[in-house]
Design a binder for this molecule. Structure first.
Ligand SMILES: [Cu+2]
Length: 142
């Protein structure tokens, strides 16, 4: 008999708990629609290489055939509009591999390269006359 009453007390506690959980669910359901909808998780990169802006611009300075202060790694996300501004104190030809874009560098002039990062991967940026890799472009899949 005492077992039965103990069971009833436990059952009552369970019913109270159930009602509490239900109340919480109702509150959450009422609150949820007011929260602004996030874009679906699948459309975001898992390991984010910096939140992607629609346009990314980078500056690269070359002195005497060397990148200053050192080689650059330009990280962007697939689909980004990328601008690369290169300033050199010598004439040279800059070549972005993979995208196969070239820019004729002239002393003291700033040259711009524009591209849409459609290809994912790592691409070398080379100076053909100095025969050196000044850096790379890393395009992360979206
Ligand atoms: Cu090349």
């Amino acid at each position: 008999m005492s077992r039965r009453s103990a069971g009833t007390a436990a059952g009552q506690r369970r019913r109270v708990l159930k009602a509490f959980v239900l109340a919480c669910a109702v509150v959450l359901a009422a609150v949820a629609p007011s929260v602004p909808a996030d874009p679906p998780a699948a459309s975001r990169p898992a390991a984010a290489p910096a939140p992607s802006a629609p346009g990314r611009a980078f500056d690269l300075t070359v002195r005497n055939g060397r990148p200053v202060p050192g080689p650059v790694v330009l990280k962007v996300t697939e689909g980004d509009e990328v601008t690369l501004r290169i300033t050199s104190n010598r004439s040279d030809e800059l070549h972005l591999h993979g995208y196969d874009l070239r820019a004729a560098l002239k002393p003291g002039e700033t040259v711009e390269l524009h591209l849409t990062a459609r290809l994912a991967g790592r691409f070398g940026i080379e100076l053909h006359h100095a025969n050196i890799e000044v850096g790379s472009l890393e395009v992360y899949p979206r």
